[in-house]
Design a protein around this ligand. Structure first.
Ligand code: ATP
Ligand code: MG
Length: 162
């Protein structure tokens, strides 16, 4: 995705309501996923709801896809600090080796593992990174093999240029 070509339709979004919609659809899409959620925000975020939904969706799909069927768990915390909105996605999946941390955000990059047979193309995280950075935020990964992975989105609460 070229940043120039992203069509950004920004609006003020109540993250509580927004998240609840995503949690509901996730529970329907993945009935066998144990979803634990918490939302604590006081301000609205300025974002494109369609793009932000896709970012959530990609991270949720990954958490589900890269977990063994007996350990499908995902914690999503949506919080607000003094300067940022902080959104955490924490799974108990197969984990990612530290040496892959940079590569996974590249287009078409996929880690070789037994979970990777079904038709994915390796664009999800590249998309998440581009969109997040486009919105002035950042995406971070922490992981331990065979323990789990967390992705964190950090967005500034202050909107640049109004
Ligand atoms: P696509 O998202 O295009 O369907 P994909 O899931 O393979 O394909 P990405 O979402 O970009 O691509 O992820 C890149 C790679 O990072 C994946 O192939 C997978 O190996 C690894 N990965 C991503 N999320 C997780 C996760 N939550 N736990 C373990 N590995 C992950
Ligand atoms: Mg993916």
């Amino acid at each position: 995705i070229e940043n120039k070509s992203i069509k950004f339709n920004g609006e003020y979004i109540d993250l509580k309501e927004f998240s609840q919609h995503i949690f509901e659809s996730t529970r329907i899409k993945y009935p066998d996923l144990e979803l634990q959620t918490r939302v604590r925000v006081k301000d609205e975020i300025y974002a494109d709801p369609v793009l932000l939904t896709s970012v959530f969706q990609n991270l949720i799909d990954n958490a589900y896809k890269y977990s063994s069927p007996s350990k499908r768990f995902l914690e999503i915390n949506v919080e607000q600090t003094k300067k940022n909105f902080v959104i955490l996605f924490n799974d108990r999946g197969i984990g990612i080796d530290k040496k892959e941390f940079n590569s996974i955000f590249k287009k078409f990059y996929r880690v070789k593992n037994q979970f990777n047979q079904q038709g994915s193309i390796g664009l999800g995280l590249a998309f998440c990174k581009e969109i997040t950075e486009f919105m002035g935020g950042e995406i971070k990964v922490e992981s331990e093999l065979n323990v789990g992975t967390s992705f964190t989105l950090v967005f500034p609460t202050e909107v640049k240029n109004g």
